[in-house]
Design a protein around this ligand. Structure first.
Ligand code: ZN
Ligand code: ZN
Length: 290
């Protein structure tokens, strides 16, 4: 028996995508849009504001002592985050409606495919999203009109702050987020795994833009990598990992490739000085990153 046969269209208890379903809300397009836009904005601004408050205000002297607020840039980052999140919710609506109406392989009961498949689908989802997002991002950086009309907006922030994490042209947000939402059309995806994945990717986006690098496993596309991505633009294009970058030749290592990155841009909790030619005070005490 397939999951489709278990969940017929019209069954009220499963005939809605995850959040609306959990809240018991109807799955009309208007409600779905408001749920995804509203939750998206609330969640993002809580995360970004906590990161900004801790690293750039309250403990600024410790983490980013050379940071100076640029009100114009901050306003633009916040405005484009709102435009990106709301626009993304609108563009994603047809996909959410298809999921709500059981046209995807999303399922809600673990026992349907067992725990083994829960773990397997997490791996599959990581490979699926990593691959699609790498190549989408690669195209954004290689095809001039995609860069100019879609992706350049996000690169206005050469030295990012948490509020720049989702500052995207809505088309950019949509194309980089869509792999997470279409995965359920390719393989059975549990609603909880789907929800965890879209929740985590937003948290990850904020983490890699706050310029505080806690996790430094070289195969992980951690904060250092993405800070270099904003500085040098065409390198470190992955989502969570660096394997596509290494394979295709778009990898730049935070350990050796700090050629002209000013001091103080990245804070590393336990200072790791890359090379003798690289910046030394990675905690940043003197240089102005702008
Ligand atoms: Zn980029
Ligand atoms: Zn970025």
């Amino acid at each position: 028996m397939t999951h489709r046969s278990l969940y017929k269209r019209g069954e009220a208890d499963i005939n809605a995508p995850v959040i609306a379903h959990l809240l018991g809300l109807p799955d009309t397009p208007g409600v779905m849009f408001l749920v995804f836009a509203g939750f998206g904005l609330l969640y993002f601004f809580v995360l970004a504001s906590v990161a900004y408050y801790v690293y750039f205000k309250k403990f600024r002297g410790h983490f980013h002592s050379s940071y100076e607020l640029d009100p114009k840039e901050m306003k633009s980052a916040i405005n484009w985050s709102i435009i990106g999140v709301v626009g993304n919710a609108a563009l994603m609506l047809p996909i959410h409606m298809l999921i709500a109406n059981n046209y995807s392989k999303m399922y809600y009961d673990v026992s349907e495919h067992g725990w083994g498949w829960i773990f397997a689908q997490v791996i599959l989802l990581l490979i699926f999203t990593e691959t699609l997002i790498y190549w989408t991002h690669y195209a954004f950086h290689r095809v001039p009109w995609l860069w100019k009309y879609i992706h350049e907006r996000h690169h206005k922030y050469v030295v990012p702050t948490p509020y720049a994490s989702l500052s995207f042209n809505p088309m950019d947000s949509f194309l980089q987020a869509v792999p997470h939402h279409i995965a359920a059309f390719f393989f059975p995806l549990h609603a909880g795994v789907y929800l965890a994945s879209v929740t985590f990717v937003t948290l990850w986006a904020v983490c890699i833009h706050d310029r505080v690098s806690f996790f430094r496993w070289p195969w992980l596309n951690y904060t250092d990598h993405h800070t270099l991505h904003h500085w040098y633009s065409d390198f470190n294009l992955g989502q969570y990992f660096t394997f596509w970058d290494r394979l295709i030749g778009t990898y730049r290592s935070p350990v050796v490739d700090y050629d002209d990155v000013p001091e103080g841009i990245i804070y590393r909790p336990t200072s790791v000085v890359p090379t003798s030619t690289a910046p030394t005070a990675l905690g940043g005490r003197s240089a102005n990153p702008a």
